[in-house]
Each structure stands twice: as C-alpha cells, then as structure tokens.
Design a protein around this ligand. Structure first.
Ligand code: CTP
Length: 132
C-alpha cells in the first residue's frame, strides 16, 4: 500500500452498487480516500432536480463505508482545483462518464478514470421506481 491521498466527487443519491464499486476502486489506489459529495444546491444546478436523499443522508451513507476516510460537501463545480489542493490529493479518480473532463487538473495531481458499472444509475432506479 502506498501513502497516496485519493479524491473523488459525486452525488451518490439512492446509493447503489455502481457507487460502491467506484469508491472501492478509488480506495484501492492509495492510503486515504476523500469524497466530495455534491450539495443539494449543486446537484440541482447540475441535474435540474432535487436529489431523492438529502445531502446530510448522502454524506452519512458515504462516510459510513470502512474504506472512506474523509467526506465533505462539494458546493461548486468551479472549486474542484481548490478542493484538490485543500485536501492535498495526489490522485483524482472518477467514473469514465467524465472521461477527459478533468484532465486540466493533471498539473496538480494524477487523474484516473474507471469504467462505470454497467446497467445501473440513480436516474435508472428513479425511472424504474416511477414505473417509467
Ligand atoms: N458511477 C459508476 N457506475 C455507475 C454509476 C455511477 O462508476 N453505474 C460513478 C460515476 O462515474 C461517478 C460516481 O459513481 O464517478 C458518482 O456518480 P453519480 O452521478 O452520483 O451516480 P449516477 O448513478 O451516475 O447518477 P445519475 O443517474 O443521477 O447521473
């Protein structure tokens, strides 16, 4: 095990196996895993809907995972560089739906993209639950 600090970001609404898999993969890259959980306001501006689970619940679920070390609310997409520096992250890891989108941070940390877990997303679960 190295001593690297890994950071990742997400909404993690209606927590599912895809979320668990990516957080596990992120944790396997280093010693410390820091997770930025989108605030309700940021989520609304990104996805144009309120999350099903409020931010405190989403944060608590992510924080409860044994391989997650630190959590915080991501309040603004514009602050990614600030968060990476503040949490002294060596690696930024994201799902490959973000492929290439965070390469601009490769001057301050390594940037890694993992394949998404197929066939599941929060959006899909909500649609199934609504009978769409
Ligand atoms: N993720 C993943 N595999 C999935 C779903 C999500 O690896 N099947 C990853 C995303 O790539 C991201 C993190 O989990 O790095 C958080 O994604 P989030 O947007 O919160 O979850 P989604 O299920 O993609 O939510 P939505 O459908 O609302 O976009």
């Amino acid at each position: 095990m190295n001593n690297k600090r890994v950071i990742t970001f997400g909404t993690f609404d209606v927590f599912h196996i895809g979320h668990l898999n990516i957080l596990e993969r992120c944790a396997s890259l280093g010693h410390t895993l820091i997770v930025g959980v989108s605030s309700d306001m940021l989520n609304y501006s990104k996805k144009n809907r309120n999350p099903i689970y409020p931010q405190n619940d989403r944060l608590k679920i992510v924080q409860s995972l044994s391989f997650v070390d630190e959590v915080f609310f991501e309040e603004s997409l514009e602050k990614k560089r600030e968060y990476i520096k503040f949490y002294k992250a060596d690696i930024l890891a994201m799902g490959d739906d973000w492929q290439g989108k965070f390469d601009e941070f490769s001057d301050v940390c390594d940037v890694v993209y993992f394949p998404r877990t197929p066939s599941i997303s929060t959006t899909k679960i909500i649609e199934i639950a609504k009978g769409i």
